[in-house]
Each structure stands twice: as C-alpha cells, then as structure tokens.
Design a protein around this ligand. Structure first.
Ligand SMILES: NC(=O)c1ccc[n+]([C@@H]2O[C@H](COP(=O)([O-])OP(=O)(O)OC[C@H]3O[C@@H](n4cnc5c(N)ncnc54)[C@H](OP(=O)(O)O)[C@@H]3O)[C@@H](O)[C@H]2O)c1
Length: 323
C-alpha cells in the first residue's frame, strides 16, 4: 500500500457507511480502510472497500477485534463516525470521537448531537492532541452549509443566518399542507425511510436546532449549545394555525458577543429566498456585512450525499489536494 494513502477506521456500516465505501471505490480515492466496526463486530486490519462491503453484505461484521481497541491497534489518520447515535447522550459517537482525538487521530463525523452538546469538550480534546474534527456531514451533509459558513467566517462578519435544515420536517409539513393529519404525515415520512428512529427529533425541531448550533459555532465564538436554543416543534395544529406552506425555520443572530437562536414552524413570506424549497431540499441564508445575502440551497437528505460530505472532510483533514 502506498504511503500516501489516508488510513481510515470506519465506525458504522449502515446506509452512510456503505455509501462511503462505494464512493471510495468509485472515485478511486487515496483512502485505505485499516479498521471497521458495526454494532456487533470489529476488524482491525487493512481491507479493500469492496471486500468490506461484501463482508458486511454477508451479515454482521465478525468480532475479530475488540471494538475498544480498533483505534489503538489500527493507527488511523482519520476515524470516520457514521454510527447510529443516541440524540440525548451523543453515544456511542461521543466516546469514539474522544478516544480517536485523544489518540491524535482526526475525526470526520455525520453525527450532530455530540457536537451540538459537547462542542467545547471535543475541540479542547482535539487541540490538546494536535487533532481536528470534520463535521460537514453533521450539519447539512449534501448541502455545503458548513463549508460556506467557514468561508464566510474568514471573508466577512456574519450578523445572522436562517436555515431550513430538516428535509424530513419539510416533508411532514407538506403532507399536512395537503390535508394529512400530523400522525399520518409522520407515518408517511417513516414509510419513505427518511424519519430518524425517533421522529420527534425531526418534527420537534431538535434536528434543526442541533444543526443551527453547529453552524453558529462555526461562525462565532464563544460557542453555544443546544440548551441555548428556543425550540418549538410541529404539532397537530401547526399548519392550521400558520397556514401552508409552513417550514421549520431556524434563526440565529448575533449582537456583540451574545447569540440568539430559535427554531419554530413558520409560514414563509412569498418572496422569502428559501420559499421555493420543496421535498427534502434544504437551504440556508447568511447575512454578511460586506458580502450581503448569501443563499445556499439543495442537497436533499440521502445517505450518499451524507457520505460524500464525510469524504470531503476526510480528504481535507488529511491535507489532500487534487493532483
Ligand atoms: N442517512 C442520512 O442521509 C444521514 C445524513 C446525515 C447524517 N446522518 C447520520 O449518520 C448516522 C448514520 O446514518 P445511517 O443512515 O448510515 O444509519 P444506519 O443505516 O442506521 O446505520 C448505523 C450504523 O451504525 C452501527 N452502529 C450502531 N451502534 C454501534 C456501535 N456501538 N458501534 C459500532 N457501530 C454501531 C450500526 O451497526 P449494525 O450494522 O450492526 O446495525 C450501523 O452499521 C446517523 O446517526 C444519522 O443521523 C445520516
């Protein structure tokens, strides 16, 4: 194996993890998988992306290695965290990320909860060990919200931003706008395979709130956390009260060093820049002092788009430049 390969330990082999492997293979990227884990097994040896896909396709990963030792024994440059993650505790991602950073490995994660709840702890651990964290997959994924926020943070002073960041909630609100009850609309999102295991995280506004926190912390200092967001969820009366089309809108504004964050279902004005968003598309509008309004939209929710965002982070964390 060439030494210019980026050594990756892959935690999670669900929709996003498998799409990650497919993209590594299809794009012929300089990424070598040196370890992997799912919920029941783990391996700590180099394995080709297609071989790992075949291994996972035949059933749960074999318990060749103790999951707790995969990072230490495989010596990755980057640990990729695309595990299912408990929104309330951030686990098992939080523990895996802290272990990786503590070992000096970079982390690329698609999980928002650990960052929205433990931003300072994660970055303090990273900086103590000369490591870094890529999180484009956790806040927007296929929508390059984090990349644009990072760019704007260097280019300008951003005073506020507004986001429609949960494709699932847009789907539910549109179903309700077409006359479905709240319960029927949530069921339809489940059947379409786009609801989180606990749909209250999406329709309750928490998914949007976590992404707003992550983007706010990308732009501004000192960091905020999920507890700082005023969150109002969708309920059975939402569309009736606001009138369709309703969207779950996150708003963030900074005055001095204080940040105000809110998430609530709102009826958008006809000329709102995110008004045309439909289906599972997402969008974000930044207001910069010098650059003015910057709108990013598109990138609907899909495991392949999320995996592509994670790959972008892996390449950036490893300092990869297109040759
Ligand atoms: N799907 C998307 O479009 C998208 C977009 C952005 C972010 N995300 C986030 O990315 C994460 C992964 O999404 P997904 O759609 O790939 O989920 P998924 O299909 O449910 O897959 C989750 C994977 O995590 C593994 N896992 C669970 N607990 C584990 C543990 N303790 N140790 C190691 N592996 C463990 C599961 O193992 P088994 O295979 O053994 O069950 C499975 O392989 C989620 O938290 C999601 O919120 C997803």
């Amino acid at each position: 194996v060439a030494s210019d390969q980026i050594r990756v330990a892959l935690f999670g082999l669900g929709g996003v993890g498998r799409a990650f492997l497919e993209l590594v293979d299809e794009r012929d990227l300089p990424i070598e998988i040196v370890g992997a884990a799912d919920s029941t097994g783990a391996i700590a040896r180099p394995v080709g992306p297609d071989d790992l896909l075949a291994l996972k396709g035949s059933g749960p990963l074999p318990a060749e290695a103790d999951p707790a030792t995969v990072i230490r024994s495989s010596g990755p440059d980057v640990v990729v965290d695309v595990m299912a993650c408990d929104f309330a505790t951030g686990e098992p991602s939080l523990g895996t990320m802290l272990q990786a950073l503590g070992a000096g490995a970079a982390v690329a994660t698609a999980n928002k909860s650990p960052l929205a709840r433990y931003w300072s702890k994660l970055w303090e651990t990273a900086s103590a060990h000369g490591a870094s964290i890529g999180y484009a997959g956790a806040a927007g994924a296929a929508l390059p919200a984090v990349a644009v926020a990072r760019s704007l943070a260097r280019v300008d002073r951003v005073d506020s931003f507004e986001g429609i960041l949960s494709g699932t909630t847009t789907f539910v609100l549109d179903e309700m706008g077409r006359g479905s009850s709240f319960v029927t609309a949530v069921d339809a999102a489940r059947r379409a395979g786009i609801a989180e295991p606990d749909p209250r995280i999406d329709v309750g506004g928490w998914d949007t709130a976590a992404k707003m926190v992550i983007i706010a912390n990308t732009l501004w200092n000192p960091p905020v956390s999920l507890d700082d967001v005023g969150v109002t969820g969708v309920d059975a009366r939402t569309v009736v009260e606001a009138g369709a089309p309703v969207r779950m809108v996150g708003r963030a504004a900074r005055k001095g060093r204080s940040v105000h964050l809110s998430v609530e279902p709102r009826r958008l004005d006809p000329d709102h820049p995110l008004g045309p968003l439909e289906g599972r598309s997402k969008g974000i509008v930044f207001e910069g002092r010098s650059v003015g309004r910057v709108v990013v939209s598109g990138g609907h929710s899909h495991p392949r788009g999320a995996a592509a965002a994670v790959i972008g982070d892996v390449l950036e964390l490893a300092g990869w430049a297109r040759g």
